[in-house]
Design a protein around this ligand. Sequence first.
Ligand code: NDP
Length: 258
Amino acid sequence: MAAVKACSVLITGANRGLGLEMVKQLSEVNCPKRQIFACCRDPDGPKSEKLRELAEKHPSIITIVCLDVADPCSIKESAKKVSSLLGKNGLNLLVNNAGVLAHGTLQSTTDQEMRDAFNTNLMGPFTVTKEFLPYLRTAAKASDTSGMSCDKAAVINISSQGGSMSTMPALYLQFPLFPYCVSKAGLNMLTLLAAQELKADEILCMALHPGWVKTDMGGENAPLTPRDSVAGLLHVVSKLTEKEHGGFMDHTGKTMPW
Ligand code: NDP
C-alpha cells in the first residue's frame, strides 16, 4: 500500500476516533524527519490519554498541541507553537478532522445548536486553514517537485456524505442531522472555493468522506473500523495529484457526489 511521505503533518481532533487513528498509522510508517502535530483541545484531560501514550511511544515524531478549533485565540496560539517547531520547509499536510455530530431538524434545532455545529465543523476549518496557510505556502515553495501532492502542500477536509447536496435530502428524514449536514455542506463549498484560490500556490485541497465508522460519533452499528477507514483515507491521500484537486472522495477513492 502507498504511504503518505509528507514530512510535517498537522491533524485536528487527534485525541480520539479517526484523528487518533491517523496519528497512529502515520507514526508507524518509516518516514525520516516526520513531524506530526497532534492537536486536541484538552491535552492533559482524560479523553487524551491514548494520544499521550502514543506520543510517549514516538517522542521524536509526535508533538501534542493544544487546539480548540472553535476558539480563534486557541488557533492563533497553536500556530505560534507549531511555527516555532516547524523547520524552514513549512507544513506539508493539514488535516481538518475535528468535528461534532448534531441531531435535529429545521424546526427542533435551536440557534445555539446551529452556531455550535458551524463553529466546529465550518468556522474551525476556515480559521485553522487561514492561520496555517503561510506555512503551507512555505512548504509548496520549498518543494523541488512540480504539480500538487499531499507530500508537498495540502489541506484535507474530513467532510461527510451528510454534506452532500445531491444524496442527503433522500436520507434526511431517516437521519435528521440538520445542523451537521448544513455545516458539512458549507465545508464542501469551502473546499471547492479554497481549491480555486490556492491553485496558484500549488496547495492541494480536497474533501474526504471516511465512510460510516465505529467511533464515538459513528456508533457501534457502523460497518467500518477506524483502522480500515484511516488506512483507506491515507492510501487515497498518498495518491492525490492536481487531477483530483478540488474534489470530494470517500475512503476507497470513489468520487462522491457534491
Ligand atoms: P469522534 O466524535 O470520535 O471524534 C471527534 C474529534 O473531534 C474528537 O477528537 C474531539 O475532541 C474533536 N473535536 C470536537 N470539537 C472540537 C473542537 N472544538 N476543537 C478541537 N477538537 C474538537 O468523531 P470521528 O473521529 O468519527 O470523526 C472525525 C471526523 O470524521 C469528523 O469531522 C466527522 O464529521 C467525520 N465523519 C465521521 C463519520 C463516522 O462515521 N465516524 C462519518 C462521516 C464523517 P474532544 O475529545 O475534545 O471532544
